[in-house]
Design a protein around this ligand. Structure first.
Ligand code: HEC
Length: 210
């Protein structure tokens, strides 16, 4: 008698458990058979270059991808003074005076034309900058400073980059000035593939040392 009572209890428990499992399950099945849930809307996919129109208007930065040549072409007419002001964003990590000690980033005096990752007193270079090779040309600076991690994936320079081409050109003009004898300015359209004869070269006095 005790046994059958126990059995009843167990059977009841099992039944209850089955009910608890199957009733909600069938309910859910029933509900979900009324068709898939649709709704929401399709997010606009960025096209190729990521130049998604901001608010249905004209693309902000133009439809084409960043081209360092565009920046280099602006350097000749850029303002080193404005670049010096923009350099405040860099000065937390970079010294710019000749012979000044490197800070969180390498000293940048003479960086134009210098080999990548070659400042002797700076021990914090990443592997990627050391193995990249080459030197800091106008193009390389434009590309790196536009998108540090794009140009040197794995760089230790924690900086998002300068997105405005004119500001970037000012900055590069300032970096160029950090030298005993600054390198020649890039010709305004030199970066574009030379198709035409070099017509009407704007007079930029080459400033021969007196
Ligand atoms: C948060 C600190 C920080 C800021 C801000 C910063 N940098 Fe750097 N920069 C670094 C570090 C660290 C490196 C070394 C990168 C590596 O080894 O990958 C570096 C490397 C460089 C190099 C390569 C130097 C060489 O010797 O090869 C240049 C050029 C440079 N920075 C320019 C700039 C400019 C211009 C700005 C401002 C627009 C700037 N950086 C902002 C930390 C910084």
């Amino acid at each position: 008698m005790m046994d059958s009572f126990e059995l009843n209890k167990i059977a009841g428990g099992v039944l209850l458990a089955l009910l608890l499992i199957f009733v909600p399950k069938t309910l859910i099945n029933e509900l979900s058979h009324h068709g898939p849930v649709t709704g929401g809307f399709t997010l606009p996919q960025p096209d190729g270059d990521g130049a998604a129109p901001a608010d249905g208007g004209a693309p902000v930065a133009g439809p084409k991808a960043f081209d360092p040549a565009d920046v280099v072409a602006l350097v000749g007419d850029a303002s080193p003074d404005d670049g010096k002001a923009a350099f405040r964003a860099c000065a937390a990590c970079h010294s710019a005076d000749k012979g000044a000690a490197s800070k969180a980033g390498p000293n940048l005096y003479g960086v134009l034309g210098r080999a990548l990752g070659s400042v002797g007193d700076f021990g914090g270079y990443s592997d990627v900058i050391k193995s990249k090779g080459g030197e800091w040309s106008y193009e390389a600076l434009a590309e790196f400073l536009h998108a540090p991690r794009g140009y040197l994936p794995g760089t230790r320079m924690v900086f998002n980059g300068v997105s405005d081409n004119a500001t970037l050109a000012d900055l590069i003009a300032y970096l160029r000035s950090l030298a005993d004898s600054p390198a020649p300015l890039p010709a305004p359209a030199a970066a574009a593939p030379a198709e035409d004869a070099p017509a009407a070269v704007p007079e930029t006095p080459a400033a021969p040392a007196p």
